[in-house]
Design a protein around this ligand. Structure first.
Ligand SMILES: Nc1nc2c(ncn2[C@@H]2O[C@H](COP(=O)(O)OP(=O)(O)O)[C@@H](O)[C@H]2O)c(=O)[nH]1
Ligand SMILES: [Mg+2]
Length: 364
């Protein structure tokens, strides 16, 4: 059997020893395309042979956060501190063997937090339980990196592994539109100057993916990695927060140094309950949630208990959240607030709501 991992490693080594400059840019781009293709083949093979169940956790609540980190960084302790649930805590590596869900209730939102087995280097290639952890991650709305202040370098390893299995953290999908054609070759259309990639490389990378006839419309200055992501079109883009736990073990000076070097969003101590309140707020913020208030026809709106939804949600999403029959029976909605042009505007299912809106659903 072909060993894709070996081939990938060889190509990665080749990139490492090639100095990046205008002359080598094109060649490196093509090697990157080859690596991406090998990763796809490797993933396709292991999804056929690997276990499928065991890590599927049903999504509940208003958003799902996954805790990711090496063993013994304090994930189970942190879950307990955040949610007040009892996750099994132990001083050994690999104490958490299955997914332990907890619920964080904050500002009327019910946020599901998942504690999963520790990730190790090489997880993307099937080492440890990493593959399942990363598969579970694809279902989450927010990723929370948990690192230990005394082992800061692990922070990059986790990000790297996530990247290898097609998860793009804190990135947005680049503005590139690819339309297949029957003939005409690869045509590059751009609305801005491209500094990081040449047209020649774009065409060559497309060919590498058997895209021989296509219009490639580019609206931002992309890298070759971003182009490959757009061609493959199966990446998951999600936000991430980096938390360094065990802040009780390092002094303020060391924390400042770590913050600069490792892009730490927040230092916490799960064991001593330090900065847990700030972490709850950070999670709520990064899930990009909004509050919607409901009103029954002829009555005052209930401004005490909001419904929690993701930003940019539509009236249809709201109806689905309220009752399974609501979309079918839907006549129209009246909306007050930022998304309405005037108070009580009559709007349909496709309308996108805004934070703080008051909505009255009319059914037939
Ligand atoms: N000093 C210190 N130790 C902690 C902290 N949080 C967790 N620990 C300890 O780190 C060890 C591993 O914790 P655990 O939650 O099981 O880590 P997990 O493997 O990532 O789930 C345990 O001995 C905890 O008591 C903290 O904030 N400070
Ligand atoms: Mg644990």
């Amino acid at each position: 059997m072909v060993n894709y991992q070996e081939q990938i490693a060889e190509l990665e080594a080749e990139i490492k020893k090639t100095q990046y400059n205008k002359a080598t840019q094109h060649h490196i781009g093509l090697v990157k395309a080859k690596i991406a293709k090998l990763r796809e083949k490797d993933a396709a093979r292991s999804s056929k042979s690997g276990p499928k169940t065991g890590y599927q956790v049903r999504k509940t609540g208003d958003g799902t956060v996954i805790l990711l980190g090496f063993p013994s960084t304090g994930k189970s302790t942190l879950l307990n501190a955040l949610c007040g649930t009892e996750s099994e805590v132990g001083a050994y590596a690999f104490t958490t063997l299955t997914v332990v869900p907890g619920t964080l209730q904050y500002k009327h939102a019910r946020i599901q937090i998942l504690d999963v087995p520790g990730i190790v280097a090489g997880a993307g290639s099937g080492k440890g339980r990493g593959k399942e952890v990363l598969a579970c991650m694809r279902n989450a709305d927010l990723c929370l990196f948990v690192a230990d202040c005394l082992r800061p370098e692990e922070r990059w390893v986790i990000e790297h592994e996530a990247n290898n299995v097609g998860i793009r953290l804190n990135q947005v999908r680049p503005d590139v539109q690819i339309t297949r054609r029957i003939r005409g070759g690869v045509k590059v259309l751009k609305t801005c100057k491209l500094n990081k990639i040449t047209e020649e490389t774009i065409v060559a990378v497309c060919r590498e993916f058997r895209l021989n006839n296509a219009d490639v419309l580019i609206r931002e200055d992309i890298t070759v990695d971003q182009l490959i992501d757009c061609i493959e079109n199966n990446k998951k883009y999600m936000p991430a927060i980096t938390v360094f736990n065990k802040m009780d073990l390092v002094d303020a000076k060391e924390q400042r140094k770590l913050k600069k070097e490792y892009g730490v969003d927040l230092f916490v101590s799960a064991k001593e309950g330090k900065n847990i309140k700030q972490l709850r707020e950070l999670i709520f913020d990064h899930l990009d949630l909004m509050q919607i208030f409901l009103k029954e026809p002829g009555k005052e709106a209930d401004m005490d208990v909001p419904l929690i939804m993701f930003r940019e949600s539509s009236v249809e999403t709201l109806c689905n959240k309220l009752h399974k029959d609501f979309v079918q029976k839907f006549k129209f909605a009246r909306v007050w607030g930022a998304s309405a042009r005037f108070d009580g505007q009559k709007l349909m299912l496709g309308h996108v709501l805004a934070d703080g809106d008051v909505v009255e659903v009319h059914l037939s």
